[in-house]
Design a protein around this ligand. Structure first.
Ligand SMILES: [Zn+2]
Length: 720
């Protein structure tokens, strides 16, 4: 917005016309608006714009700017009517159409704003790619919990459109995060591609249009077009699959499940049928209704420091170790606690069935100044129900002098769900009727806790799951369904669903045994040739690949994919193949990184000794060289693993080395080690020095030890 601009340049309103023939008359006044906006005088800016709108109804920039200012003020409804008014006279303004879609989405949400959104997706990608890209990424955020496939596809769309490099980078990261998110069952993650259709005469044009609309993100319309083709190409599994995918990308889970079931019934092979059925079953599960909502009760605080010291003294609350993320978060998290159903017994009390407390809710304390004078916010987060209510009562009682709004119902019961319980946990709830999270503190080592998890996982699968009536098996239990030939595909899919929603339960149970019990055939290998487009395979397809038959280049490719998707048993299979062939043969994989990654994968699988073997190899390797930092890093890695078993005979020597060798050379090492050792009741070798934090953020053993299930699952990433 400047009056000194070239009058033959394109007008900043986005009309595509030159300034001289568009908004020239008002550009001087617009400078004034810009200054008012810069100095945060939005009300004045808006009133100047109102005046201008009456005087110069022909200048698009007045309306566009007004709508943008209103959106900044979060007055989306008014912004939408401003643009609508403008579009009446300028129906072809693609800038206006894009902004309208944005305002409508912010105002009424994805489902209701869809006609405006899809109009914008069709008209604006070329003229306003960034507006449309940003809209698509907002939608991805919005639908993440209800429809992960839709979230991923909207992110992909945003990435295709967005021009800004920094923004692209952020979107790419987000896409990687979604693909590796444990919140999403793995068969739904990664790419899913439309099937190529054999077009009978007279259908080419419709197929082309539907495919083009799908590429533009208009999945509802694309699905309808594909659906119409059913008249001309009946009983076509690929067509049904495309309808299913488009509906899933449109966040229509139940419609997608229905279409994918049809595809499954008509599928050309058992494996294709199973994959379609698996996705259908998972999409039905992810319909939010009936899930246990996770709620956050928020309380305003008069002092955060006193809140922390009260909670520290409360015997039902356990403080969690601080992480770097919390300090960087906005608002800043100053303390995090678990509220237990009874006080945790002392660390030296032996673990029995009746003395392990259960976590009722999680409490976070934020540093945040509110308009009404509060200096902090406390939230109690947990699955809606008695346990969280009890935790809230504990907090309210303990902090009664510090909370400014304890009786304010707005702050708890009527609060809208923060998000729905993750699919993983909600399905387990369905099956186990409980979602207890045991708190062992430091009474058990992580290796022992993993053993318990292993046992519980086995019990759960063999005794509970196998005997639970499942809708997806027509109301039969997996055992009852085992010999029903009609349910062959459905029970194979049900096993995939179990594998994907219950990593913990399945990680350790023997899949081969279970397959035998349930009479599920081994799936045929996915045929791979030199020309196979590995990038377009779905996760389930890539899991069926005959790993040992891949060439080195293909194997390297699959390694990166396996690390991105983070399905542990598959990653183990792939990495083991790499180690068989020799890491040097696989391009793009660094030996040191490989050793560290496979060690972590082994740990997650509960192969503790194998993990230590890889760690030792990695450490021996760097010890031969003279890179101080690398040596230290590997020593810390080994420490991180060995500390999981406090009776590990190699631990004392390692701690001594860290303390007395690195501790004297690097400031801060001892300060970082000391609390971790203290917390685990391990003797400290020498005197303390002062310093800061560990250079390697992952080297927070205390966090890993004290927060089971959090610290120990999310460490490995490609390129980390
Ligand atoms: Zn203009």
């Amino acid at each position: 917005m400047t009056s000194k601009m070239d009058v033959y340049a394109p007008c900043p309103c986005g009309s595509g016309k030159k300034v001289k023939f568009c908004c020239q008359a008002v550009l001087g006044e617009m400078d004034k608006v810009a200054r008012l906006h810069e100095t945060k005088q939005s009300a004045q800016a808006l009133s100047v714009l109102e005046r201008l709108a009456e005087k110069h109804p022909e200048a698009p920039i007045v309306f566009i700017t007004r709508a943008q200012l209103l959106m900044e003020e979060r007055r989306f409804d008014e912004a939408a009517s401003t643009i609508r008014g403008f579009l009446k006279d300028n129906p072809d303004s693609s800038h206006g159409i894009g902004l309208l879609a944005y305002a409508r989405f912010m105002d009424v949400g994805f489902q209701e704003a869809k006609p405006d959104i899809h109009r914008a997706f069709q008209i604006c990608p070329q003229s306003s790619p960034d507006v449309i890209g940003s809209l698509a990424s907002q939608i991805a955020d919005d639908v993440f919990y209800s429809s992960s496939m839709s979230a991923r596809e909207h992110l992909g769309l945003a990435l295709r459109l967005t021009q800004d490099q920094e923004e692209r980078q952020a979107l790419f990261q987000e896409l990687m995060r979604v693909d590796g998110s444990a919140e999403i069952p793995f068969p739904l993650r990664g790419v899913h591609s439309l099937e190529e259709l054999d077009a009978p005469e007279g259908t080419e044009k419709d197929i082309k249009t539907a495919t083009r609309l799908s590429a533009l993100g208009c999945w509802e319309i694309a699905a309808k077009l594909f659906d119409k083709l059913n008249e001309k190409m009946p009983d076509n599994w690929a067509l049904w699959k495309n309808i299913g995918l488009c509906r899933a990308w449109d966040a229509n889970n139940s419609g997608a499940a229905e279409a994918l079931r049809k595809a499954s019934e008509l599928a050309p092979s058992h494996e294709v049928a199973v994959e379609c059925e698996t996705i259908a079953q998972l999409l039905e599960l992810s319909d939010v209704e009936g899930q246990m909502p996770v709620k956050a009760a928020r309380y305003k605080l008069t002092s955060t420091s006193m809140t922390l010291s009260k909670l520290d003294d409360c015997d039902r609350a356990v403080r969690l170790p601080a992480t770097k993320d919390q300090a960087d978060a906005n608002p800043k998290v100053v303390g995090r606690y678990l509220v237990l159903d009874f006080p945790a017994p002392p660390d030296d009390e032996e673990v029995r069935d009746d003395n392990v407390p259960t976590v009722q809710a999680e409490v976070s304390v934020f540093d945040l100044n509110t308009d009404d004078g509060a200096v902090g916010i406390l939230s109690v987060i947990g699955s809606d129900g008695d346990a969280r209510n009890e935790a809230m009562a504990v907090v309210e009682e303990d902090l009664k002098d510090l909370i400014t709004n304890p009786e304010d119902d707005e702050n708890h019961e009527s609060d809208a769900p923060l998000y729905s319980e993750s699919l993983v946990r909600s399905v387990l709830n369905e099956l186990t009727q409980s979602q207890e999270r045991k708190y062992y503190g430091t009474r058990l080592d992580l290796v022992q806790r993993r053993e318990i998890a292993k046992q519980e996982g086995r019990d759960f699968v063999e005794n509970k799951w196998c005997n639970t009536k499942l809708n997806r098996l027509g109301g039969k239990t997996p055992l009852e369904a085992a010999n029903d030939p009609e349910l062959k595909v459905k029970r194979a899919a049900a096993l995939h669903v179990l594998e994907s929603i219950s990593d913990v339960a399945m990680l350790y149970s023997d899949g081969t045994e279970l397959r035998k019990t349930l009479n599920i055939d081994e799936e045929a290998a996915y045929p791979v040739t030199e020309d196979t487009e590995l990038n377009s395979l779905s996760v389930l397809e890539s899991h069926r690949m005959p790993i040992s038959e891949l060439n080195d280049e293909q194997l390297g490719h699959i390694v990166h994919r396996a690390l991105l998707i983070r399905h542990v048993p598959f990653a183990y299979k792939v990495l083991t193949e790499v180690s068989k062939r020799g890491v040097d043969r696989i391009q793009g994989i660094d030996t040191s990184m490989f050793q560290w990654t496979i060690a972590q994968v082994c740990r997650e699988l509960g192969h503790h000794d194998e993990a230590l073997k890889w760690l030792k190899e990695g450490r021996d390797e760097v010890e031969k060289g003279d890179n101080f930092e690398e040596k230290f890093q590997w020593a810390m890695r080994e420490f991180q693993f060995r500390i999981e078993n406090r009776s590990d005979p190699a631990l004392p020597e390692l701690i001594d080395h860290l303390w007395n060798f690195y501790g004297t050379k690097m400031p801060g090492i001892r300060d970082a080690l000391e609390p971790a050792l203290k917390e685990l009741g391990i003797a400290i070798p020498g005197e303390t020095a002062s310093g800061l934090v560990l250079p390697d953020g992952s080297g927070a053993p205390a966090a890993a030890a004290a927060a089971p299930g959090e610290g120990d699952s999310k460490l490995w990433l490609p390129g980390q």
